[in-house]
Design a protein around this ligand. Structure first.
Ligand code: NAP
Length: 328
């Protein structure tokens, strides 16, 4: 595991144990900063090692979550060692020949790999789980999405920073952020990934391009606005989807209720719909408030929440690895 000391790495460790993933030997790799740290896993004490090329010798699977530049640096050594890398970074997602996989949506794509399989962006994984069952029933023509993204998407240090700066504000101090560009305590800001020439940020364009690739819809009309909010570890999304023809709400509810990886939470009597706290530490994407768009007959509106460290990153990566396991 490359990036074992990070937010995603720690979740991966927990999931490997929870899901009884077959592991002969587990190597925990990170930078020199956390080399020597210990982790308890499956009754064993494992020591984090600094990554070197020899660390991949004899390895079948590398779960990588150490950032794009680190994945690029070690790709060759990993593939040369005969291992398959399931990579959480954005480094290879749009590369031809690299499958971009959400196991409930496009599992077959995983098998056409050349040593690297990319795990999609967290907001995209959560969204495609809800779009796929609807798009399978009626052609999807346009998606408009606004995201409400938690601190965890920026890693373990951003989560600590949100807690520390929230305490600082409550203590009457001025919050000074170091990990995120602005304080998230009692605040929100547009996603801080670099702006592209079209004035969309990188995160928004990842959603556009990755959704098209996963769903095999290269011409899908898609627009996104991504916002970072002061939530610790689950993302939410407000989604508007236009189809080729009108889509009865009840039919959409039934499809989503039966979809793998999706759960419905519709309680209009109590005006109670999905919240980040409903999904924290849980596997499913929870969808609710499905309604007819009053401005467009052929469009539906809905809301979803999902734990982005779990299904948005670590769980999806492990499910990809599970696809590759030999059938017993
Ligand atoms: P994180 O909490 O900051 O952890 C980063 C990990 O990478 C740490 O284990 C760190 O080790 C290791 N690392 C950093 N530089 C390294 C180097 N030069 N050599 C070896 N290891 C190095 O970040 P994260 O949130 O887990 O995210 C990791 C990756 O997954 C990123 O590419 C991110 O975009 C992607 N991702 C994250 C999420 C999410 O929900 N957070 C979702 C989808 C994708 P040290 O402890 O030694 O620094």
């Amino acid at each position: 595991m490359l990036g074992a000391s990070g937010a995603v790495g720690q979740e991966l460790l927990q999931l490997l144990e929870e899901r009884r993933f077959p592991v002969g030997e587990l190597r925990l790799l990170a930078s020199a900063r956390s080399a020597g740290q210990t982790c308890q896993w499956n009754g064993q004490t494992l020591i984090v090692q600094e990554v070197t090329a020899s660390a991949f010798e004899g390895v079948d699977l590398v779960l990588a979550s150490a950032g794009g530049s680190v994945s690029k640096q070690w790709r060759e050594a990993i593939v040369a060692a005969g291992a398959v890398m399931v990579d959480n970074s954005s480094a290879f997602r749009m590369e031809d020949g690299v499958p971009l996989v959400v196991p409930e949506v496009n599992p077959d794509a995983a098998f056409a790999h050349n040593g690297v399989i990319a795990n999609p962006n967290c907001t995209t994984i959560l969204l495609t789980l809800a779009l796929a069952p609807l798009a399978a029933r009626r052609p999807m023509q346009r998606v408009v999405v606004s995201t409400y993204q938690s601190a965890s998407g920026a890693g373990a240090r951003a989560m600590d920073e949100l807690k520390d700066l929230s305490r600082a504000v409550l203590d009457g101090e001025a919050p000074k952020s170091e990990v995120l560009p602005h304080s998230l305590a009692f605040n929100l800001f547009l996603h801080n990934s670099p702006l592209q020439s079209n004035s969309y940020c990188e995160e928004e364009m990842k959603m556009v391009n990755e959704t098209r690739k996963i769903m095999g819809l290269p011409d899908l009309r898609f627009t996104a606005t991504c916002v970072r909010v002061p939530v610790l570890r689950a993302h939410s999304e407000a989604v508007n989807v236009e189809f080729a023809e009108s889509f009865p709400v009840q039919e959409a509810r039934e499809l989503l209720a039966a979809a793998p990886g999706v759960e419905l939470l519709e309680d209009p009597v109590n005006n109670r719909f999905p919240m980040p706290t409903d999904v924290t530490g849980r596997d499913p994407v929870v969808v609710g408030r499905i309604r007819q768009d009053i401005s467009e007959d052929k469009a539906l509106e809905f809301w979803l929440c999902g734990d982005q460290i779990r299904k948005g990153a670590a769980l999806n990566a492990i499910q990809i690895a599970e696809l590759l396991l030999p059938v017993a």
